[in-house]
Design a protein around this ligand. Structure first.
Ligand code: PNW
Length: 479
């Protein structure tokens, strides 16, 4: 892969991203109560090596040192998430001041260093008490989320540059309630679709709460992991229809209510055997449709789809139908007859294929679908098996050329999409630090800063130095 070198304007936002449960640790401190990820990770068999977020990167105590890294790297903005169980232990009721104070210090620390705080209200750490009361398949959870958003908006106020309601509701709904790969680990297709709706509703209620507390001009966003799926055989009408179906159930299930004010008709039709959608009440779709100022897009890789005629997923040959992109591995979803054939490599340590053209296609496609909506890449990055050597100074060194190549290819794709008219305002690299990679625990490292999990020492990988230079020059060097 060669790239010609690209330049970016001075106002293009360069950032990096993290999430509360993945970095904070301090799971029981200052009044925090368990989230579904505490329960899930402490249940044997759910997370590789039995890892939990109890300590993680200990960012809760080392936040100031981490902000110094951010400042030294020259980041324009930092995207982090707020742990709901720190703000409202149990998920409802008054604010826990100590929990709020942590984020208040963090926001001030960023502003002091000239870095814009980009807040995500929900990056998957649902208070366990709300899960016990039904979780996202229950309507009440959305109502509680609206109240939580109002508390945080009052607490952090106009110090926040951009408010993001949800991170990747696809993962919350489908990995949480259909495949069970993520917390809370439930497996029921109807519950997953009810969860998707209540996440949409939560987005609308939270967005409205934020704008009513802080004013209509407060920048509002949501981050979606939109799926780029291609037909296994482009000449097959059946495969193309499988792609349409996945676009409906994976992408338009969120884009529809949030951006168009209605669920797509083909989605409702395709999922009739799973649910009658009676959880959508009059007025809900209008509530979900709160004006957005920027759409956050997370992109990592692509998938292929093929229609299996007349073969239920259970009868498909082993190894198929278990793509991370397949939500339909729970029960009672026999109506979904889609197979995911392997995609060609190269792959990252996640087994995800490396395909920058997916980034280009996604950004240009979204700018065609929503021409007036600015876009922001809120996550992109890669896990690799980093080799640690000893540098000339006797300190650890990580020469992660593979990560630099991945980033180069994808940032080049962002530049090409911009040249071709996509209004992409910025790029947030996932992730600032190695961290708790959900069901893969600490085994998969996405950071551009290495974390030694014995000493919690931070070390810049080569990619961190490379990123700092890109930000300083606003130039992607030719490669
Ligand atoms: C995103 N999948 O997660 C999240 O926003 C991050 O917290 C995470 O660390 C990052 O991407 C890397 O995984 C995903 O299975 C997790 O399709 C799983 C999937 C997609 C996104």
């Amino acid at each position: 892969m060669t790239t010609p070198g690209r330049s970016f304007p001075a106002d293009f936002v360069w950032g990096s991203a993290t999430a509360s449960y993945q970095i904070e640790g301090a799971a029981t401190e200052d009044g925090r109560t368990p989230s579904i990820w505490d329960t899930f990770s402490h249940t044997p068999g759910n997370v590789l090596n039995g890892d939990t977020g109890d300590v993680a990167d200990d960012h809760y105590h080392r936040w100031s040192e981490d902000l110094d890294h951010i400042a030294r790297m020259g980041l324009d903005a930092y995207r982090f998430s707020i742990a709901w169980p720190r703000i409202q232990p149990g998920g409802s009721g008054p604010v826990n001041q100590k929990g709020l104070d942590f984020y208040s210090r963090l926001v001030d620390g960023l502003l002091d260093r000239g870095v814009k705080p980009v807040v995500t209200l929900y990056h998957w750490d649902l208070p366990q008490e709300l899960e016990d009361a039904g979780g996202w398949p229950a309507r009440d959870t959305a109502l509680r989320f609206g109240e939580y958003a109002e508390h945080v908006a009052r607490g952090l106020g106009d110090r926040v540059s951009t408010w993001t309601t949800l991170n990747e509701p696809w993962c919350s709904a489908y990995l949480g309630y259909a495949s069970g790969a993520h917390a809370p680990g439930r497996r029921n297709g109807a519950d997953a679709l009810a969860a998707a709706h209540h996440l949409n509703l939560a987005h609308g209620l939270a967005g409205r709460a934020i704008k009513s507390v802080l004013g209509e001009n407060t920048p509002l966003s949501v981050t979606l992991n939109l799926h780029v799926t291609r037909p296994a055989d482009p000449d097959s009408a059946a495969d193309r229809d499988a792609v349409r179906q996945l676009d409906a159930v994976g992408n338009r299930v969120f884009l529809g209510p949030m951006l168009d004010g209605a669920y797509p008709a083909d989605l409702l039709e395709d999922t009739r055997t799973i649910t009658d959608w009676s959880f959508v009440q009059d007025g809900d779709e209008a509530t979900c449709h709160v004006p957005l100022d920027v759409l956050g897009i997370n992109y990592y890789s692509t998938a292929k789809a093929r229609r299996w005629d007349g073969i239920s997923p259970r009868e498909q040959p082993k190894g198929h139908g278990d793509s991370p992109f397949s939500p339909w591995v729970g029960d009672d979803v026999e109506g979904q007859l889609i197979d995911y054939p392997p995609v060609p490599g190269p792959y990252t340590a996640m087994g995800w294929n490396i395909d920058p053209s997916g980034m280009y296609d996604l950004l240009t496609d979204m700018s065609r679908r929503y021409p007036d909506l600015p876009l922001m890449v809120t996550e992109n990055g890669a896990a690799f098996d980093d080799a640690v050597s000893t540098g000339p100074d006797g300190r650890p060194a990580v020469h992660d050329d593979d990560r630099i190549a991945y980033l180069t290819g994808h940032i080049d794709a962002v530049a090409r999409a911009r040249e071709d008219g996509a209004d992409v305002r910025g790029y947030f690299l996932w992730s600032l630090l190695d961290n708790f990679e959900w069901s893969f625990g600490y085994d998969r490292r996405f950071g551009i800063i290495r974390v030694d999990y014995d000493t919690l020492e931070r070390t810049w990988k080569d990619s961190a130095h490379w990123y700092a230079e890109l930000i300083r020059t606003r130039q992607l060097p030719a490669s």
